[in-house]
Design a protein around this ligand. Structure first.
Ligand code: F6R
Length: 617
């Protein structure tokens, strides 16, 4: 949450900062601001509540100069409402020093009291301004050494933070600090960048450096130094960004979400690529790491929101193929319940951003308890993979729309691959069976494309007709259950309509009371060729709700004739083996949620109150 960008070099920083913020706006859009140090050595800043467009208008009306050193921020409000005054940057030391921040400074009240007692004044209600004023004080104490002052501040702060600062005494220097919050360095020629993620600078350079926890970075046009909070040099890990700037552009689509849903086939295909050899799944990143899962007795999968639903699908595949018991838990619930995990447990975290604070803290707790940790992640250089023993990247490409779509299908794909890899290593699956599953897996991209090509228009029309709906329910069984949860989550976050997902078997235990004439219910119908018993149970569930007046929209295999008489609408998906159906059944639900939000005239890329990368607990 909150996007951060920094630049030093020969070019005017304003446009670079604004372009970086535009790419980071998915991280928060309550306000935006920048500060630059001008050629005459003066610090200028501008900030505005609302989306980045408001800041652009402000800068057009009141330009702030041609400085070549600058920092920029896009905010998701935590302390203090989304006002101009609470927007970042925050200034201190007679407005000669600017600070931006992502995270929450947990001890800000006591620090503020200390500073107020010393006679310092505050203009905002934010925790960030406390860091700025503290930095001003430490700067003077350190005799004008900005990096030393920054270290002193970082040591005093508790909580999670990425901070960037610059001072007009030091044109050509931006300093950054991080603890449990993201910060990546972009290495240019005669210029350097800082960003919450590589999207901030990928149009200028694809060379990047990931830095670790509790570290301080100082960038100048010619160099980068990284130390810990005590000033000791530390090692950094350079990497090449795997995608280019055009991958994070809309490229003619009406929204990032429309583009990202259309990329679901590629997200699956790219995640499989390079991991299937001669009828076997071999994940190169897990090479030599067989110990990690050879003698484990259970797996715990952690994630939040959509990522956790991907985990629920993964549970079925891992248990069926690799025969290891799997529990799936919301990361924030796991973290604070004194969980029973140890060296016999493999904890798999799932995160598109790799920065979700709830998931990060849960992974750290699991590692502290001795569990082995594996991260399934879509973002290079992110914190969660860095904190894990092993990584399996999803290759969905950058996901910019706040609500996750293509990353979800890529996460499920990675879990299938993991399950097949472990099944091979542990010998729980015969070669023929493995080859058959791989064939099914490899066919998924074309089948998703079939859904988009053949059903998208009809689903969008349905969404249009349902634009005034006030509540929608989603039902599924077995692997269809997480898909019902995902369908409901996507609909509520994009269209602000009340939506709930239920296990179809749970219906009679309460939720059926919600059914009244006309209530729309999406039902994910399992294949009649798979577990016949599941199919007939779901068809019975459909009858039960239809008898009470529900309007049923079934998502069913093309050719499933049994469902036709019972449903008001049938959205078709191609035939697939039962475990692979979720990846197809979710596509109509993504299209529907997006279509309904569009029909209501809502911003599908930036739904209200949300941010993509949730870096606060
Ligand atoms: C929903 C959505 C969220 C994320 C969740 C975890 O559409 O996008 O529920 O899935 O915040 O985010 P990551 O995967 O970045 O850890």
């Amino acid at each position: 949450m909150c996007g951060i960008v920094g630049y030093v070099g020969p070019r005017q920083s304003q446009d670079i900062l604004l372009a970086g913020l535009a790419r980071l706006e998915y991280r928060g859009y309550d306000s935006a601001g920048i500060a630059v140090i001008d050629g005459d050595g003066a610090l200028h800043s501008a900030k505005k509540a609302g989306k980045l467009a408001r800041l652009r208008e402000e800068l057009d009306a009141r330009p702030i100069g041609t400085g070549t050193t600058g920092i920029g921020h896009t905010r998701w409000a935590t302390h203090g409402g989304p006002t101009d005054l609470n927007a970042h940057p925050h200034l201190a030391d007679d407005d000669r020093l600017a600070v931006i921040h992502n995270g929450i400074i947990e001890n800000f009240s006591e620090l503020k009291a200390e500073l107020v007692a010393e006679g310092h004044g505050f203009r905002s209600q934010t925790d960030t301004e406390v860091a700025a004023v503290l930095l001003g004080r430490e700067y003077r104490a350190a005799g004008g050494d900005l990096v030393a002052a920054f270290r002193a501040v970082a040591r005093r702060l508790e909580g999670a933070f990425t901070l960037l600062a610059m001072h007009e005494d030091h044109p050509g220097l931006v300093v950054g600090a991080r603890r449990n919050s993201p910060l990546v360095i972009g290495l240019g020629e005669g210029e350097n960048f800082l960003g919450s993620d590589v999207a901030a600078f990928v149009e200028h350079t694809r060379k990047a450096l990931a830095i670790g926890q509790d570290q301080i970075v100082a960038i100048t046009p010619d160099g980068v130094t990284v130390t810990d909070f005590d000033g000791n040099d530390v090692e950094t890990s350079p990497f090449e960004v795997m995608w280019d700037a055009s991958a994070a552009e809309k490229g003619g689509w009406s929204s990032f979400m429309a583009k990202e849903v259309s990329e679901e086939p590629e997200a699956v295909a790219n995640t499989i690529r390079g991991r299937v050899h001669e009828g076997r799944v071999v994940i190169p990143e897990l090479d030599g790491l067989d110990d990690l899962f050879a003698d484990i007795s259970r797996i715990v999968i952690l994630g939040a929101g959509t990522a956790a639903y991907a985990g629920l699908v993964g549970k079925y595949a891992i248990e069926q193929w690799a025969r290891i018991p799997v529990e799936v838990e919301l990361a924030h619930e796991f973290r604070y319940r004194d969980p029973l995990v140890g060296p016999d447990t493999l904890v798999i975290s799932i995160s598109q951003s790799g920065e979700t604070m709830d998931t990060l803290m849960a992974v750290k707790e699991a590692a502290r308890l001795g569990a082995r940790t594996l991260s399934i992640c879509n973002t290079q250089g992110a914190t969660i993979p860095r904190e894990s023993d092993a990584i399996v990247y999803t290759h969905a490409g950058p996901e910019v729309a706040v609500a996750s779509t293509k990353a979800f299908v890529a996460q499920i794909t990675a879990l299938y691959l993991f399950a097949l890899h472990v099944a091979r290593v542990r010998g729980t699956m015969g070669a023929d069976d493995q080859a058959a599953q791989i064939e099914e897996l490899s066919a998924l991209p074309d089948k998703i494309r079939w859904v988009l090509d053949n059903e998208q228009e009809r689903i969008e029309q349905l969404a249009h007709w349902m634009a005034d709906t006030r509540s929608v329910l989603f039902l599924g069984r077995h692997v269809g259950y997480p898909i019902a949860l995902e369908g409901a989550l996507k609909l509520k976050e994009l269209s602000y309509i009340h939506a709930e997902g239920f296990a179809a078997g749970e219906l009679k235990h309460g939720p059926i009371a919600l059914i009244e004439p006309g209530q729309p219910v999406f039902v994910v119908v399992p294949s009649p060729r798979g577990a016949q018993v599941l199919h007939s149970k779901v068809v019975s569930n459909i009858e039960e709700i239809r008898a009470r007046g529900a309007r049923v929209i079934a998502i069913a295999e093309a050719g499933d004739a049994a469902v036709l008489p019972s449903a008001d609408e049938v959205l078709r998906i191609p035939l697939a083996a039962p475990l692979f159906e979720p990846i197809l059944a979710v596509v109509p639900l993504h299209v529907f949620a997006m279509g309904l939000a569009e029909a209501k005239g809502l911003d599908v890329d930036q739904p209200r109150n949300l941010a993509k990368s949730v870096t606060v607990e």
